[in-house]
Design a protein around this ligand. Structure first.
Ligand code: NAD
Ligand code: MG
Length: 398
């Protein structure tokens, strides 16, 4: 029998890589639902390829998609809309596996719905976990969801941890002989770029990642190192450890995807070519393995692996994220919201690249941190932080 998959964010970079893996295993997986926010032509092409039973799009796109479906004789595919549509497919009884690959806070409610429905949830959408950490992890435990990391670093950590690690009860300290997590970072496109020219870089330069091909938002996050900051927070929640057990290591080749150190002096690393199909396939099939079209790592071609300390003066976002995690409560949610607004403003040429962390710091200092009491509370603070970020951006644009 095949397992039924729902892909949230199918038109994105992770969504496309997921399709690439699934299409190699038609005997094991079928696609029940796919969702998209824009690029409706791309969505139509995907529907022709995988013939899902349901699609979810924003309400304003329904007329366009209905016509496209009629023309392509795909009227049998059910169209649902908006946030309710996303939640309904993420928690549908027909679905076994949910790929959470919407970018940003928009992914929070559907990802949480999948967790509460006890699905196998493949987590790409790190922002949802950063926003709602304890609530999401508690829901996963309560509803026996299998929350598996797709983010390449977290997938590497998961592969390097003892196999029963995820089912342990949270303590904040590493368990089963684990002593430290080494979270690797490529360093992004500006690793060796002169500090004094960083304020002049364009969105196009920032989106040109040396090793990975990704959506725009995460590409900018990789360039500021906020991506590593979000990943630090993600790791603390996924593996129930406090931030001082997570060390960020700049490794420009992106061949080692992260490491776990043990009390006996062992360091385990997961290596591979930088292609998201590997962690996606791992999370889909775990604890089994399925094939992908990613070539095996040619170790002779990668004789040099380098490691450096991150430059937190040049990339203050990493420190902001670590401090937010240390503060706890809703600080990571505030950080994430401010960052989303700042990145969007940078992509729209409204602020400089170096203003991104400045906006985030301002918002962290001007929105009251609190313990998160409910998901509504998280959404409320997210909205407040976005407003404060928006106002500050107006102010610095003068
Ligand atoms: P992307 O921009 O390529 O795709 C985003 C997807 O989300 C698209 O399908 C888009 O239609 C959908 N979407 C955007 N806004 C939406 C909204 N408001 N409501 C509903 N759907 C919306 O992004 P991506 O690179 O595929 O990244 C997706 C997630 O995976 C992000 O959280 C990112 O941090 C994470 N991630 C990506 C990579 C990567 O290699 N691309 C690696 C690790 C983690
Ligand atoms: Mg990553």
């Amino acid at each position: 029998m095949t397992q039924s998959v729902c892909i949230l964010g199918v038109t994105g970079s992770i969504g496309q890589s997921t399709l690439r893996v699934l299409e190699q295993h038609p005997d094991q997986y079928s696609v029940y639902a796919v969702t998209a926010y824009s690029r409706i032509d791309e969505l139509l092409a995907i529907c022709k390829r995988v013939n899902p039973q349901v699609v979810v799009i924003p309400a304003e796109k329904i007329v366009q998609l209905k016509q496209l479906f009629i023309d392509a004789q795909l009227e049998h595919i059910e169209i649902r809309v908006g946030s309710e549509g996303l939640i309904s497919v993420a928690s549908a009884p027909e679905v076994d596996i949910v790929m959470a690959a919407i970018v940003g806070a928009a992914g929070l409610l559907p990802t949480l719905a999948a967790v509460k429905a006890g699905k196998r949830v493949l987590l790409a959408n790190k922002e949802s976990l950063v926003m709602s950490g304890d609530i999401m992890m508690q829901a996963a435990r309560e509803h026996r969801a299998l929350l598996l990391p797709v983010d390449s670093e977290h997938n590497a950590i998961f592969q390097s941890l003892p196999h029963n690690y995820l089912s342990l009860s949270p303590t904040g300290s590493p368990q089963l002989g684990v002593s430290q997590i080494l979270l690797t970072a490529s360093g992004g496109p500006f690793l060796d770029y002169p500090d004094d020219l960083l304020s002049q870089v364009t969105p196009q330069q920032a989106c040109k990642h040396p090793n990975w091909s990704m959506g725009q938002k995460i590409s900018v996050d990789s360039a500021t190192l906020m991506n590593k900051g979000l990943e630090l927070i993600e790791a603390c929640h996924l593996f129930s450890i406090s931030e001082h057990f997570v060390t960020v290591v700049v490794h420009p080749q992106s061949i080692i995807h992260s490491m776990v150190q043990y009390v006996d002096g062992s360091t385990l690393a997961q290596m591979g070519n930088p292609d998201m199909c590997t962690p996606i396939a791992h999370a889909l099939a775990w604890p089994e393995r399925i094939a992908t079209d990613v070539p095996a790592l040619d170790v002779f071609a990668h004789a040099q692996l380098n490691f450096r300390q991150p430059d937190t003066q040049k990339f203050p976002s990493l420190t902001l994220a670590r401090e937010a995690m240390r503060s706890g409560g809703l600080a990571p949610c505030i950080l994430n919201a401010a960052n989303e607004i700042a990145v969007e403003a940078f992509l729209n040429h409204k602020i400089k690249f170096t203003s991104i962390p400045e906006v985030v710091e301002h918002v962290l200092n001007h929105v009251q941190n609190d313990k998160a009491t409910s998901i509504e509370h998280v959404l409320e603070i997210d909205a407040v932080a976005r407003q404060v970020a928006g106002r500050y951006i107006q102010q610095i644009r003068g």
